[in-house]
Design a protein around this ligand. Structure first.
Ligand SMILES: Nc1ncnc2c1ncn2[C@@H]1O[C@H](COP(=O)(O)OP(=O)(O)O)[C@@H](O)[C@H]1O
Ligand SMILES: [Mg+2]
Length: 504
């Protein structure tokens, strides 16, 4: 009898303390979930593309999920119990409480959350923040295609300056960071003047394939094919800025290996069709409001304090037709101007420029030209034009360019070489701040800059007149340009990166 009375007594006790313990469990679970959130945000900052999550951390996070689920169902069961049977859950609550406490203890991870992941191969690329709902949707669509086993070749197309390269750089980094679906992510900048041999050479250097120099293109294609088929059987290859119809077979890129993806960006829908893309994604311009926000971001919101300026600035933005490159270049050259008349004048110049062109591409070139004109200083403009002497998409070393400017007398003479060099760097910064040059890489050995292909088109447009340049850089020439191209008023000629060129 005593035994039963004891049991009943204990049961009533349990019943009384159950609510108390349930509340305690809830508090502890909140602590655990708070810790989980902290760990997740630490993970997202520590998880660089060359790192992977520690197995222990992954299991811990999964366990927290499981514990949350189990406590929720225990809570449900207690809620459904009658007053008489509720007390039977007391031990379960205590057990869960112990488990949660242990998990809080285990969740310190003082020695970091990630470890090196040598298997992932690929290069992280520098990116900037991208705005616009359409851009976000495009990124999502491309990502879905990459995750979808049915889609193998993806074509990303849109006009120059719309954001194709930037979007693909984001995808490249996201692939390195977030998925284990692929063994290697390969980025190749193709550009207008790319030859089959150069493409094979770039690809070989990315894959660590060594050419002896004597092979023919077919043998090289075979070597690349072999590496891509057997060593990195699941690859993503991003070919940025394709102009012509590439034959993947001739390059040595396998087209039918399972699980691999080819993505190409191009200004031409024809190229996408010709290479047989299973999915073609068009990059759309920014909506009016988004373009305006981007413009404001660059030019600085305080311009809105100038009475009467907002409608003028909005009209200037409208001229850029939602093209990100146009918006940032025009905004960068308006930055710091706080006189309404200057803004009105700029709008007038842009409107006049628009009247003189046909087609959107020409119009963009005019917007870019507007930024060039506003440099106003002739020497500075000449420094800028000199960058077009390098081949398209060429990584130009800052130090080389500055020395070129100094040698040409474009940098004001100073009393020391160092002072002149510093002055040259200041010019470089001015061109970068005006978005006429982009910083490509920045290391302790210095910076490399590049000219956006459309900005280079604009520069070459100018150098067809005054000053006149003859630029045949990286064009695979074997002979010098024709006699008629050597006009009397030529100021500069660039034949760089034409390795097969025989000069008489
Ligand atoms: N959605 C966007 N939001 C903000 N800036 C953008 C966006 N898309 C592109 N840009 C900027 O515009 C410029 C041109 O973009 P890019 O990707 O080089 O164009 P494309 O490869 O299509 O010629 C870059 O400086 C880039 O940072
Ligand atoms: Mg591009």
């Amino acid at each position: 009898m005593d035994y039963f009375l004891n049991k009943i007594d204990k049961h009533l006790d349990n019943h009384r303390s159950l609510d108390q313990n349930k509340n305690e469990l809830k508090r502890k679970l909140n602590d655990l979930n708070g810790l989980k959130e902290d760990i997740e945000s630490r993970v997202s900052s520590e998880l660089q593309p060359t790192k992977k999550l520690k197995k222990g951390v992954q299991i811990w996070l999964e366990n927290v999920e499981r514990i949350n689920g189990e406590i929720q169902s225990l809570d449900g069961r207690i809620g459904e119990s009658s007053a008489l049977t509720r007390g039977f859950h007391a031990e379960d609550v205590l057990m869960r409480m112990k488990e949660v406490e242990e998990h809080i203890q285990q969740g310190k991870f003082c020695e970091g959350l990630v470890v090196d992941n040598p298997q992932r191969i690929g290069q992280v690329l520098s990116t900037s923040t991208l705005s616009g709902e359409a851009t976000k949707l495009c990124i999502e669509e491309i990502w879905q295609c990459l995750m979808n086993d049915e889609v193998r070749k993806i074509g990303v197309w849109g006009m120059g300056g719309i954001g194709k390269t930037s979007i693909m750089k984001h995808i490249n980094n996201q692939l390195l960071k977030e998925t284990h679906k692929f063994d290697v992510v390969i980025w190749i900048t193709v550009s207008k003047e790319m030859s089959l041999a150069k493409l094979q050479k770039d690809l070989a250097s990315k894959l660590d394939v060594k050419f002896s120099g004597n092979e023919c293109e077919t043998t090289r294609a075979g070597m690349l094919f072999e590496t891509l088929s057997f060593k990195f059987s699941r690859f993503v290859m991003i070919l940025d800025d394709v102009w012509e119809k590439v034959s993947f077979e001739k390059v040595g890129i396998p087209e039918s290996s399972n699980g691999s993806k080819l993505v190409l960006t191009t200004r031409s829908l024809d190229v996408c069709r010709h290479v047989g893309c299973n999915r073609v994604i068009q990059i759309k311009p920014l909506a009016e409001e988004e373009a305006w926000n981007l413009f404001l971001e660059i030019v600085g919101g305080n311009i809105l304090n100038i009475p009467g300026l907002e409608p003028v600035a909005k009209s200037i933005t409208k001229h850029c037709a939602g093209l990100p490159l146009g918006v940032i270049v025009v905004a960068a050259c308006m930055k710091g101007l706080d006189d309404l008349f200057e803004w009105r004048n700029a709008l007038k110049e842009l409107s006049l420029a628009r009247e003189s062109v046909n087609g959107l591409e020409d119009e963009v070139i005019q917007q870019l030209r507007f930024s060039y004109d506003r440099l106003k200083d002739q020497k500075l403009q000449h420094c800028f034009l000199n960058c077009a002497l390098y081949p398209a998409d060429f990584a130009i070393r800052e130090i080389d360019l500055v020395h070129l400017w100094i040698a040409e007398g474009l940098v004001e003479e100073m009393n020391s070489r160092q002072a002149e060099y510093d002055k040259g760097c200041a010019i470089m910064n001015r061109l970068i701040n005006n978005c006429l040059l982009e910083v490509l890489t920045e290391t302790e050995n210095g910076r490399c800059v590049k000219m956006h292909d459309l900005v280079r088109d604009m520069a070459l447009h100018i150098t067809c007149g005054t000053p006149r340049f003859l630029v045949k850089a990286g064009m695979r020439l074997t002979e010098p340009p024709d006699m008629q191209e050597w006009r009397k008023d030529l100021e500069k000629v660039s034949l760089m990166e034409n390795w097969g060129l025989q000069l008489p």
